[in-house]
Design a protein around this ligand. Structure first.
Ligand code: APR
Length: 169
């Protein structure tokens, strides 16, 4: 099935999604903080933090996987987006790596449905439109050669993000 048919867009709270894996926009410590990271840790329970503590952090652009515990999702894929520094510090490539590495980890773990938040567009200040284009193009590129992923859901927490994704999908 072509990639466009496997990509979905919803507005809402990623912690409520019933997919195999949700992606967390974490920081390099993987010990939680604010934004979607806080929401995921709050909904999953303290066992998630205990597992994250054993992972020894995660470099920007990389991804690591844990169980989902009390979340509807069975897995959480933690990825660390780039902090926006004006666009001359390789931010685009690192953001692309977040999506590629999260999807590769999903395939390795036989995950068929995965939900992404708008990585780096909150606290990390990555311009929303630019990040959206990278997110959508990277997912489409990956799905072209990976048929095992059946469903990718972009979860937008607000109307602005939702409209931006809608105009770019
Ligand atoms: N469900 C879906 N999306 C959410 C949710 C939620 N419950 N909460 C926030 N978001 C959205 C934000 O609106 C934003 O569009 O997730 C996107 C990413 O924003 P952040 O969570 O701030 O993540 P990011 O910009 O990547 O910054 C990461 O923030 O939370 C800390 O520990 C995290 O230090 C790290 C940094």
């Amino acid at each position: 099935m072509n990639s466009e048919k496997r990509i979905f867009l919803v507005k809402g709270d990623i912690t409520l999604l019933e997919v195999d894996a949700i992606v967390n926009a974490a920081n390099s410590s993987l010990l939680g903080d604010g934004g979607v990271d806080r929401a995921i840790h709050k909904s999953s329970g303290t066992e998630l933090l205990n597992e994250c503590k054993k992972l020894n952090g995660c470099p920007t652009g990389n991804a690591k996987i844990t169980k989902g515990y009390d979340l509807p999702a069975n897995w959480v894929i933690h990825t660390v987006g780039p902090i926006w520094q004006g666009g001359t510090a390789n931010e685009d490539a690192m953001l692309k790596d977040c999506y590629m590495n999260s999807l590769s980890l999903a395939v390795e773990n036989k995950i068929e449905s995965i939900a992404f938040p708008a990585i780096s567009t909150g606290v990390y200040n990555f311009p929303l439109e630019r990040a959206t284009k990278i997110a959508v193009s990277t997912v489409k590129f990956f799905l072209k050669t990976n048929i095992s992923i059946k469903r990718v859901v972009f979860v937008c927490f607000g109307t602005k993000a939702y409209e931006t994704y809608k105009n770019n999908i």
